[in-house]
Structures are given as structure tokens and as C-alpha cells.
Design a protein around this ligand. Structure first.
Ligand code: URP
Ligand code: ZN
Ligand code: ZN
Length: 467
């Protein structure tokens, strides 16, 4: 199918330009100045012309941090690869990178095969995997090299969740040494889980079981301390480091200092840390459970620090850490004991829209919006230039975005398979109107017209910011 997208403003990380985009089959065949004779000649040959007048044409969003069907806290996150990728598409995300899990006592191979089985034939958009390493030993270290060869080029380790995903500093150092040899990037959940568990036990012993104590027992200082430690370990090992879901100024300062010294340290934040706060965790009754995630939501003053980090590139990426648990029966597992509330917030559908508010409110430029939601994740996670850019030869993953539309976020209208919205009632500017995934229109006129299973597994390359 040949599609011409005409009349729009193409926005890449390099800035906006008025241009028409020709799509042939799965890829972008060309871009031409609006109204030029070249663009007019394309119109005659196009099987379909999409009018993007007044809209932005941007590369499809890449959400580098999702958890579909993730076993956690005695239950599972409720979006399947089918429902979660469809919801992502509604919000202008055309690629996700989910976390395959190596369980304790099992191999990386088993974990990766299990995630392939969950995703294969079900996704609405393209997808890749990172691998969570929760059992560092001689054989899993060797297996890291094998999965890198299969296009899984990043590994998440945890300084938090003792007894579940937690690794000691020695284990982390070994995984980083392995990565420094095979070129992979180490992703870190940087919170001091051992110290947190002491605070949690003390709080529960005092009868402090409400959701707000989840935040109070995971202080920002422990995130800053763990981030510092992760950076020093990575510097010694010589591996690239990517701090996931950074929430606190204390952690940001560590990243900023390391980057200033030239270390290969990168970080992402998530919309929940830019728009929600500890006041949400402290909502009446058990409502705060809807906002339990780790690291926890921080005081509202942190929002300005994080927006600044996004402007200065000390925060290079916005991912969602989409990990949806229903309020009924799942979050409710922690009634009276916050430590039993499954950790995670739904958000894969709203990332592009929420970060666009930063453009509307003057926090970041239009180009930076595209950079942090698409181009940098593509480069960092080895997907560029097939993904993350509107350019000839790239996959035709394209989003047509109306900057003047408004919408109100709500569980009654969202497409994620979860019974609440963390952003219930929030009215925002901007909206996705049309989405193409590798040249096929999958969202149009607010409807999904794609097909489960059309999304392909992406074998990723190494960190493109370093080569
Ligand atoms: O609360 C969170 N972040 N849940 C998902 C698991 C993780 O640590 O990313
Ligand atoms: Zn984490
Ligand atoms: Zn996560």
C-alpha cells in the first residue's frame, strides 16, 4: 500500500519541518517539501492520502519499560501483550520493550522463552525484550552473552526487593563485568532494598499499614544512595548503566554528576513522577493504593527537578513502567498492610499525551518531546534508524497528532485492561488521531483497526548512543 501523509508538520528530534511523507509498504519512502512538484507527483500515485493539516507527524513512540502479564506480589499485572500493546497504540506508542524475567533457580533461557510465548502472535505493535536477571551465577552470566546475540541487549538488576529480584553488590558487579565484555547495557532499579525492609518492618510493627507508609519507608535518600552505588559499580566494571524509573532529586544529582564526569550513565523518568505525588499516596481510605509503585511518588516540588533533568538531558528518556494491577482484588491484597500492595501504576496509553503537556506548558520543546519519547529510546536500545525517526528507509511507524484537541483521561474511556486510571478526570491538551505501524493504519478516528499479532519481535542492537 502506498500512503501519502500530506499537509502536516513533521517533528523529529532535530526539530519541526513542514513536509509530506510517502509510505511504501512497511517503510518511509521519502519526504518532500509541502506543495513541491515532487509531493504533488506522489499524490497521483498514492493509494491513500491522509490529510494531516494542522497536525504533527511524529515517529511512533517507543516505551522502553513495560510489564505485561508480570507475576508480582502474588498476582499478575493485568494487561496481556494483546490488550497492553493495543492500549499503547491508542496513545501513539508503536514499540514497547518489556521485561522478560529470569526467576530464581531458573535459567535466562527459560525466562526468555516464556516471554516469547506470551507475546508471540498477540501484539498490535512491534516489541522487544530486556531481561531481568534475578539469579546471578556462573551459568546465567554466560547466558547473558547468548541472549545478547538474540537481540536482548539490556539486563535489569535490582538493588530492591530482597528475596525476589534483589542482587548483592558483588552479583551486580559480576553482571556489569559481563556486560562490559558483551556490549550490553545494565539497567538498575536503584533503591536500597535491605534498608527499606527494616523501615517497612518497623512501620508495620507500629501499626502503620496505610498506603502512604509505602512512600515513607522508601526515602529519596535511599534512592540517591543506591544510584550512587550503582554508578560506582558500573564505573569499576566499565559497563554502560541506565537508571530506570528515576523519581528523586537525590538520584538525579548522582546521575548528573556522573554524566558531567563523562561516565556512560543514562536515566529515565516516568510520567507518574512528573504528574503525581506523595499526596496521591496519602489519599483518603485505601485510595492511595492506586498510586503504590517503586520508587514511590515523591513530593510535588520534585516535578520541577525532573522537568529540568529532561531539558538538560540528565534524564534522557521517558518510559512508563506500565505495571497495571486492578484496584479491586489486586491492590486490595494490601488492605491494612501496604507491603502487600502489588507495586505498579498503569500508564502505557498516556505517555505521549502526558509528556506533550510539557510542551504545552513550556517545560520542553516539541523536538525534545519526540527525542525523549521516541528517538533516544530508539538509539539507546539499539533500534535506530529503523525506529525513532521520520526519515526515508525508517519503518513507517508514524503518529499524527492534533495539538489543539483536548481530552479527559478516565478509566471509563481508556483501553488498558485495568479498573482505574491514575489520572482520572485530568483534562489535557493534544490527542493522537492516526497511528501507522510499519505502514499499516492501526488507529484511526479513535478506533483500533489493527490486528493482534501484526507486531513483530525486534532483535535489538547494542546501545547506539555509545557507537
Ligand atoms: O512499582 C513498580 N515499579 N513495579 C514494576 C516493577 C519494577 O520495579 O519496575
Ligand atoms: Zn524497578
Ligand atoms: Zn518496571
Amino acid at each position: 500500500m502506498t500512503i501519502l501523509i500530506t499537509g502536516g508538520t513533521v517533528v523529529n528530534a532535530s526539530g519541526p519541518i513542514p513536509a509530506d511523507v510517502l509510505v511504501e509498504g512497511e517503510t518511509i519512502a521519502g519526504m518532500a517539501a509541502r506543495g513541491s512538484s515532487v509531493a504533488e507527483s506522489w499524490r497521483a500515485g498514492a493509494e491513500r492520502v491522509i490529510d494531516a493539516a494542522g497536525a504533527y507527524v511524529v515517529p511512533g513512540g517507543i516505551d522502553g519499560h513495560t510489564h505485561m502479564e508480570m507475576p508480582f506480589g502474588g498476582t499478575h499485572s493485568v494487561d496481556t501483550f494483546e490488550t497492553g500493546t493495543r492500549a499503547a497504540a491508542f496513545g501513539g506508542t508503536t514499540t514497547i520493550i518489556d521485561f522478560a524475567i529470569q526467576s530464581k533457580g531458573r535459567s535466562l533461557r527459560e525466562g526468555l522463552d516464556a516471554w516469547h510465548a506470551k507475546a508471540d502472535g498477540r501484539c498490535a505493535i512491534d516489541y522487544g525484550f530486556h531481561m531481568i536477571v534475578s539469579d546471578v551465577n556462573e551459568s546465567s552470566l554466560k547466558e547473558m552473552d547468548l541472549v545478547v546475540d538474540e537481540g536482548v541487549t539490556s539486563f535489569k538488576l535490582f538493588m530492591a526487593y530482597p528475596g525476589v529480584f534483589y542482587s548483592t553488590d558483588g552479583e551486580i558487579l559480576q553482571a556489569m563485568q559481563q556486560a562490559s565484555n558483551n556490549g550490553a547495557t545494565i539497567m538498575m532499579h536503584a533503591e536500597n532494598g535491605i534498608a527499606i525492609d527494616v523501615l517497612v518492618a518497623q512501620a508495620l510493627a507500629r501499626g502503620e499499614g496505610d498506603p502512604k507508609f509505602h512512600g515513607l519507608t522508601r526515602p529519596a535518600l535511599f534512592e540517591g544512595e543506591a544510584t550512587h552505588r550503582a554508578i560506582q559499580l558500573a564505573r569499576v566494571a566499565g559497563s554502560p548503566l541506565y537508571i530506570v524509573h528515576l523519581s528523586a532529586a537525590e538520584a538525579l544529582n548522582e546521575v548528573l554528576g556522573a554524566r558531567d564526569r563523562g561516565a556512560n550513565v543514562f536515566a529515565e523518568t516516568c510520567p507518574q513522577y512528573l504528574f503525581l505525588s506523595d499526596a496521591d499516596l496519602a489519599r483518603e481510605g485505601f485510595e492511595g493504593a492506586k498510586f503504590v509503585c517503586s520508587p514511590p511518588l515523591r513530593p510535588e516540588v520534585t516535578h520541577a527537578d525532573l522537568w529540568r533533568g529532561l531539558r538538560t538531558d540528565d534524564l534522557s528518556v521517558v518510559s512508563t513502567d506500565h505495571c497495571p494491577f486492578c484496584f479491586k482484588e489486586q491492590k486490595e491484597l494490601g488492605l491494612g498492610d501496604f507491603s502487600k500492595i502489588p507495586n505498579g501504576i498503569p500508564g502505557v496509553e498516556h505517555r505521549m499525551d502526558l509528556i506533550f503537556q510539557g510542551v504545552d506548558q513550556g517545560e520542553i520543546s516539541l523536538a525534545r518531546w519526540v527525542e525523549v519519547t521516541s528517538t533516544t529510546p530508539a538509539r539507546l536500545f539499539g533500534l535506530f534508524p529503523k525506529k525513532g525517526v521520520v526519515a526515508p528507509g525508517a519503518d513507517a511507524d508514524l503518529v499524527i497528532y492534533d495539538p489543539e484537541a483536548t481530552q479527559t483521561l478516565s478509566a471509563s474511556t481508556h483501553h488498558m485492561n485495568v479498573d482505574y486510571s491514575a489520572y482520572e478526570g485530568m483534562t489535557i491538551k493534544g490527542r493522537v488521531t492516526t497511528v501507522l505501524s510499519r505502514g499499516v493504519v492501526i488507529i484511526e478516528q479513535e478506533a483500533y483497526v489493527g490486528r493482534a499479532g501484526s507486531g513483530r519481535f525486534l532483535e535489538r542492537g547494542l546501545n547506539g548512543l555509545l557507537r
